[in-house]
Design a protein around this ligand. Structure first.
Ligand SMILES: [Zn+2]
Length: 362
């Protein structure tokens, strides 16, 4: 590879982009898909750097003025837009108030008009305007109807300009209107294997081998999550509290489990992704219980909870453990399909086997 693509994992996607950059054939529109914290925004920034880099043959070099300014988020021609971005109204639309921004559910047609307006003038300091559009899944309504913003965006996609590039970011391709997705080059990011995250934490983030191993395993294939755990001690504390809550609910009475479901569903209204992360942790905690049941030590994630997980596993049958893992995955699917959160979580609680012995404190 010729460019300095500072991304952990997803080498096949990076290779495609690197050869397009070397051949001078960058597309005018990309759609980057994958779950959050896989590196979608990082890759979008690297693409913006590649489009503006000043070091011939090494783009994105990561160290020229253009690359530096884009990395720091202060480049005048590279804009990140999500549904909360204030609308400036320069494109002829209404400027919005701060209050509306926080509550806005989807990208607005005014966002697209603003970027169309910006795209019509020459880049200010670089070669190319780059508009990174997050929340691209909100270009489609829940019933599948294309939003007015998507229709406005189509116009830009149909009349590509030499001096602008659009990068859309979404969880998956089917979440974006097909008319939009089909006009973008699709770059699909996948969960990253533990060893690649571990090596990336050591080489790019100066982690100790022990921390790198632990956080790579806890990250569920998401380098962004692993970096957060490495760099933010509070994130580790929160994770440990989450495991404690899960062990606690796992070993409590039905009443206690329903109370937990109620609390978690209350949190869902405020922070959906935190609740999804907790449900993912349910499945990885119980997956470790399954390994403990089989007496397998390799591959366990929650190594500092192994005594408690062995005690938990000793009180369950294997098929009961499988049922809990399935239950937490169904709950995630149900929430994504807009099921009532409390009901979905109570159904999950009903998949838990009854446990008579509490598991020891850490
Ligand atoms: Zn550069």
């Amino acid at each position: 590879m010729t460019g300095n693509w500072d991304l952990i994992g997803n080498a096949p996607a990076v290779r495609i982009l690197d050869s397009a950059v070397s051949a001078g054939r960058l597309s005018h529109a990309y759609l980057i898909t994958g779950p959050k914290q896989l590196g979608r925004a990082t890759l979008a920034k690297l693409l913006a750097m590649a489009a503006n880099c000043e070091t011939p043959g090494e783009a994105p070099c990561g160290s020229c003025t253009q690359c530096e300014r884009i990395k720091r988020g202060i480049h005048a021609d590279v804009r990140l837009i999500d549904r909360h971005t204030p609308i400036r109204g320069v494109g002829g639309g209404d400027a919005s108030t701060e209050d509306k921004d926080a509550n806005r559910l989807r990208l607005s047609i005014e966002h697209i008009r603003d970027l169309q307006h910006d795209g019509r003038v020459s880049p200010f300091e670089g070669r190319r305007h780059v508009f990174i559009i997050e929340d691209a899944e909100t270009l489609k309504f829940d019933d599948g109807i294309t939003s007015p913003a998507a229709n406005a965006l189509l116009k830009t996609l149909e009349e590509p300009s030499e001096t602008s590039m659009l990068i859309l970011v979404a969880p998956d391709r089917s979440a974006v209107p097909d008319t939009v997705a089909s006009r973008c080059q699709w770059i699909q990011l996948r969960p990253v294997p533990v060893d690649q995250i571990r090596d990336g934490l050591i080489s790019k983030h100066s982690a100790t081998p022990e921390d790198a191993e632990r956080f790579a395993r806890l990250s569920n294939g998401k380098p962004g999550r692993a970096i957060e755990l490495l760099e933010d001690p509070a994130a580790v504390g929160h994770y440990d509290q989450m495991v404690l809550r899960i062990l606690d609910a796992s070993t409590s009475s039905l009443e206690g489990r329903f109370r937990y479901a109620r609390e978690l569903s209350g949190q869902y209204r405020k922070d959906q992704s935190a609740v999804e992360a907790e449900l993912e942790a349910w499945s990885s905690v119980w997956r470790d219980a399954m390994l403990a049941k089989h007496g397998v030590k390799d591959g366990a994630i929650h190594t500092n909870w192994s005594a408690q997980l062995s005690e938990l596993a000793a009180q369950c049958e294997l098929d009961q453990i499988v049922e809990v893992i399935e239950g937490s995955r169904s709950a995630i699917r149900a929430l994504r399909a807009n099921a009532a959160p409390q009901l979905a979580l109570e159904v999950m609680m009903l998949t838990l086997p009854s446990i008579s012995q509490p598991v020891g404190a850490q």
